[in-house]
Ligand binder design. Sequence first.
Ligand SMILES: N[C@@H](CCC(=O)N[C@@H](CS)C(=O)NCC(=O)O)C(=O)O
Length: 213
Amino acid sequence: MLTVWGRKTSSNVQAVMWGIAELGLDCTRHDVGHRYGGTDTDDFIAMNPNRTVPVLQDGDDAPLWESAAILRYLANRYGSDPFWPEDASARAQVDKWAEWAKINVGGAFTVPIFWRVVRTPEAKRDWPAIRAAVAALEGKLAIAEARLGQVPYLAGEDFTLADVQFGHVLYRYYEIGIERAELPNVARYYERLQAREAYRAHVMVSYAELAVS
Ligand SMILES: N[C@@H](CCC(=O)N[C@@H](CS)C(=O)NCC(=O)O)C(=O)O
């Protein structure tokens, strides 16, 4: 049995929960972090000294933190072709795009853009910095735009772990009040993701509780 500690409004929790759902696994999730608290208790710190979410525990195994490591663990243990290929070379191609998305896209969006827009009072929003951050993100999204002009999913013909790491960022990118570049292939890909039940359930989640006014 899988247990996840982490509020459903955490983007890293969303990636993990979406991955779990795509793998068809049962999971109990506890709301922890941000306004729910619970990350400063001795029990939580014993699981994750970083005091961050998500944390995953599979049965009696030692708890895991770091969402990318959690997703790789789940894919290694419960995944199969094509989501997480058996062949090491094919798997590395999926992993390459997953890592790229986590570091380049997630990293360029969450703190530099999402926090500056949603988690900052309107009067204090630094629009020149936000616009510069959007331009930097869209420099990375241009790579996805070119790739998705050739193949339907980031790693190729099939939906894989790489799409979980990339796609979970897109909901907030398309929802928040910023000016966006024209990226027709990314927009079509985002439509494909929205057709997935697991995406709608775990990623298309209101972030209103995070908003600062
Ligand atoms: N690199 C970590 C980052 C974990 C992290 O910073 N999580 C955020 C939520 S996305 C957090 O715990 N914030 C504090 C809180 O929610 O209380 C991962 O990918 O799991």
